[in-house]
Ligand binder design. Sequence first.
Ligand code: SF4
Length: 324
Amino acid sequence: MKNFKGKAIYNPSGKAGEYSYWACNFYNGCSNGCTYCYLKKGVLAHTLGGDKPTLKKCFKDEAHALEIFEKELKVNLMKLQEYGLFFTFTSDPFLPETITLTVKAMIKCLSNNVPVKTLTKKTDWVEYFLQDEEINKKNLCKKLFAFGFTLTGHDELEPNASTNAERIEAMRKLHEAGFKTWASIEPVIDFESSLQMIEETKDFCSHYKIGLKSGKKYNFEELNYFVSNVVFTFSKPNDFQKNPMKQIFSPYGKWDFFNKIYFKDSLLKQAGLNRSILPDNCVKRDWSIFGLKYLLEVYRRWKDCGSDSAMTNDSTSLTDRDKE
Ligand code: SF4
């Protein structure tokens, strides 16, 4: 894929690229205060690692940022409809300072049929969000928004974030309201806590991205045991009997598990494991939480229409077809 580097929207590379092919950053800096924050490390720490989010210097104000965002969204519309857009790598998208612009941009995505993935450690917005009548009227939100929470099990390392228990509860509420939910189990601080986070969310979290702490060397045997335990958590023989709704019939003609796991490349490398030997529910980077049906529809429309403008001008028809 050709690399796009806009002011708001871009193609992340390296480890960030394992989270999404497309991402949007409006702000630099974050007030959650995580002691392991990746923004505070490396050569860009002085720009990215502030304790307070500030609008990126390339934007005059929020209105200007949204204007640029919309232009970049339109330029990359077909790819964004196919892959979705991630918020955000250089801050938390739901801080008091960042949430307004994030939500405005999400609404622009919605009206252009672009799936949105968010990742946060804040939960105070969830109650308001779920009470919003406009949001709840729009069924498409539930197809196109996937809400992710980082879960480490270590509140003491994330002093200004919502607690891990609050994040789990928020995820449960969003799932029960019909939204897609996923978790970033990264960084793994210790294997026991990470397993506990997975165990506590497995009934309402459909996708896990699992990664190690950058630069940390883990015990080889313990890491392998952790991977086996994660896989085992989702493959107990009585899962299906206990809750058949947690499995779906896949287009490949076999029963498929509700929970999908993505182990990051660096984790598998340290564990000396090849992705190809992992069971089917351990997915590759390109697995989409938005579902094969949606992707096939986008592909079909792309083949039928053959132009960006046809997709843009007819932005509601995908919604209507999905409702049928
Ligand atoms: S939530 Fe993310 S960006 Fe914010 S301080 Fe923690 S690690 Fe850094």
